[in-house]
Write a protein of this length. Structure first.
Lengths: 372, 329
């Protein structure tokens, strides 16, 4: 990094990255003010695929909004299902059977692994390595097949219901999930050998694109971005929901705050998620997967409710203001990518274009979730 | 072929070189896709012809059938000139490459210099393409390509100078002639200088960088610069850049095999001929592809650091040690 031109007459130009650009992985536009190959200012321009999900929430009945949550972040849709189901259950006082909670945790963690795997492929693709993308697709396919067998869909899941899940898991799923855990444990060292230990990759990530813990707090960054900067914040540990408090897992934290730290956090999280899946399958109790008495028309009592779930990209919070009718008065979705993209402008200042795009990739942004 | 009038000879070689550049590109595109496919646990093209071998022909027909569009605010002359320039130089470098003992278009005494001279002109074509397109990505890419080529030309030419000291000639055919069997290959340290394996590595890395191949493909870094200097090119404009790139990959690998691996000579000394050069060159091309589909891309400073801080010092040490050795013995 070099000091930027203090001289106002120093010539800069504007480089438009996106909304159609290979590095943005979606319709996000970043307006870069460049001094040669150095970035003077980076300004993310949002809203290219704004779909008014929050407004739709105010106009639909509670169950009708559930499919929308799967379309916020299409890569870890179940985490968002969980956040929305959680807030309505808290508001309406619906008890969830224990088996349903375990099924939720197992499927959500599988979904988290698939999301991190796809991120790994896309991130290395951003760095110019094409091959890992095809490898992760192979592993991710196993998860998609598993989840398809219980949820009925492969990407935009709508599996959770208020009071449980839509469909019980069967023996095939349990055997398949155990096989996947075994397979993935064998595959992870391969990814470390192929990608993490690669000298070019390490030169491009280590010490580059540093995000300080203060910056994370300032912009409200959560998830692997914050944990890569030394902030041990994970909703699953800080405000345990569902059955996470009964499961044994660690929160990987790295102090460096560079792109490599965020990369390693995600790879370690895959390992931890495998542990959770394994324990969840071991502890899976028998019983119903839906609460016995769930009213057809959910009418939470008047009030203001909040529920947060840890999505693959950070804390997904839902604030629900109910006026006692069948539709919410206000439904505010706090999506992690929105906060994470906000710090890009500050973090990218003074970086080279290539490093800034590596930093951009390490934030793991899903654009529909930013725009909502 | 000395019995024929000069004009036939020239015509034969023009046609032969053009055909070879085209066929080479078609073959390498197919090979690249097959190699990439198998590295990525898929099978690559398989529909058009047996093993998809005619795929590149289909791609070529598609490219040729496209309308040539010149962007409205581009510099029309430079924009049109650039692909022609890259293609011309790509063909010219084939002039002095000895494919076989007698199979060389022009057996010049300074053959080596001709190749490097024309290869250096290629960077001008990239610069013109970047500038003429009037696209910011293209301009950034062009500046990258120029600084990259300047940086890597230095260690490459120092290494070549070292080789010239050892072999004592700039005639490529004579260089090959000195490497009659495996033990005489110039990659081995007992054939003139202990530094020869290092020289081989430096030359090969520089050849990768000079041909803009991964991990040094900064000029067309697709995740940063969309498609770099050929962002605005479509149809055969793009096609010519593509042909040129593969021609240079072939030339880079062919030169490596001529300098270090005995060119058209057989490792065991029998049946020398064009097939040996092709086998060695395409094996090296395979290595180039293997590297491309395994490594991520470097950045511009990583690339320049590698050249100025590692390759240039090593090349200079190589030059000095070799000169001293030749003087002493």
């Amino acid at each position: 990094m070099r000091p930027l031109a203090a001289d106002p007459a120093h010539e800069t130009f504007i480089l438009n990255v996106g909304p159609q650009h290979p590095a943005t992985h979606g319709a996000l536009r970043v307006k870069l003010t460049m001094d040669g190959e150095y970035i003077v200012e980076a300004e993310p321009v949002l809203g290219y695929i704004h779909r008014m999900h929050e407004k739709m929430g105010e106009n639909r009945s509670y169950p009708q909004f559930m499919p929308n949550t799967g379309r916020l972040d299409y890569l870890s849709a179940l985490c968002y299902n969980h956040g929305y189901a959680g807030v309505v259950e808290r508001a309406a006082g619906i008890e969830v059977p224990e088996r349903a909670e375990y099924i939720r945790v197992v499927t959500v963690e599988l979904n988290r692994i698939s999301s991190h795997l796809l991120w790994l492929g896309a991130f290395v693709l951003d760095l110019g390595g094409f091959t890992p993308l095809l490898y992760v697709m192979d592993d991710r396919e196993q998860i998609l097949d598993l989840l398809e067998s219980v949820t009925g869909s492969r990407l935009t899941y709508c599996y959770f219901r208020f009071g449980g899940v839509y469909n019980d898991i069967d023996d095939d799923f349990i055997v398949g999930a155990r096989n996947f855990v075994k397979r993935m444990r064998e595959k992870l060292p391969m990814y470390h050998n192929l990608v993490s230990k690669n000298i070019i990759l390490r030169q491009r990530l280590e010490g580059i694109g540093v995000i300080s813990p203060e910056m994370c707090r300032k912009y409200g960054a959560t998830g692997p971005v914050a944990r890569g900067s030394g902030i041990a914040y994970d909703v699953r540990k800080q405000e345990p929901y569902s059955v996470y408090s009964e499961l044994n897992f660690d929160i990987p934290v790295y102090e460096q705050g560079d792109s490599m730290a965020r990369y390693l956090v995600r790879l370690d999280e895959i390992e931890q998620s495998l542990r959770i899946v394994e324990q969840g399958l071991d502890k899976m109790p028998e019983g119903p997967v839906m609460a016995a008495k769930v009213p057809k028309a959910v009418k939470p009592p008047k009030g203001d409710y909040y529920f947060a779930a840890e999505a693959a990209r950070g804390a997904f919070g839902v604030r629900l203001v109910s006026d006692g009718t069948t539709t919410p008065y206000r439904l505010k979705l706090r999506s992690p990518s929105f906060s994470n993209v906000s710090l890009f402008g500050e973090a990218a200042r003074g970086l080279l274009l290539a490093d800034a795009l590596a930093l951009f990739g390490s934030l793991d942004l899903v654009i529909p979730e930013i725009d909502r | 072929m000395s019995g024929y009038p000069e004009i036939f000879r020239v015509l034969a070689y023009i046609v032969g070189t053009l055909a070879f550049v085209g066929l080479n590109a078609a073959f390498l595109v197919w090979l690249e896709r097959k190699v990439a496919g198998h590295i990525q646990r898929r099978i690559g093209p398989k529909e058009v012809g047996p093993f998809g071998i005619i795929q590149s022909l289909a791609d070529g027909i598609k490219l040729m059938s496209k309308q040539l569009v010149v962007p409205e605010r581009a510099d029309g002359l430079l924009y049109r000139l650039a692909p022609l320039m890259t293609m011309t130089t790509a063909i010219m470098v084939f002039v002095t490459i000895p494919f076989g003992p007698a199979l060389v278009a022009r057996d010049l005494n300074l053959g080596m210099l001709v190749i490097f001279a024309f290869a250096s002109v290629n960077v001008l074509a990239l610069l013109l393409a970047g500038w003429g397109s009037n696209n910011k990505y293209s301009v950034i890419s062009a500046t990258r390509a120029v600084s990259q080529n300047v940086a890597y030309e230095v260690p490459m030419l120092i290494t070549v100078a070292t080789m010239v000291m050892i072999v004592g000639t700039m005639n490529l055919n004579e260089i090959v002639g000195q490497q009659g069997n495996l033990l005489q290959w110039k990659i081995f340290p007992w054939n003139g200088s202990v530094m020869l394996p290092v020289a081989f590595l430096i030359f090969f890395i520089c050849a990768l960088a000079e041909t803009n191949r991964a991990p040094f493909d900064l000029g067309e870094a697709e995740s940063e610069l969309v498609a770099g200097f050929h962002t605005e090119y479509g149809g055969m404009g793009f096609g010519l850049f593509f042909l040129g790139e593969y021609a240079y990959v072939f030339v880079g690998c062919a030169l490596t095999s001529i300098f270090f691996l005995g060119g058209w000579q057989c490792p065991l000394g029998w049946a020398p001929g064009v097939h040996w050069l092709l086998i060695k060159t395409y094996l090296l091309v395979f290595v180039v592809m293997w590297i491309r589909w395994t490594f991520p891309r470097t950045t511009i400073y990583g690339l320049l650091n590698l050249s100025w801080k590692v390759l240039v010092p090593f090349a200079l040490v190589n030059l000095i040690v070799t000169a001293a050795l030749l003087k002493v013995f």
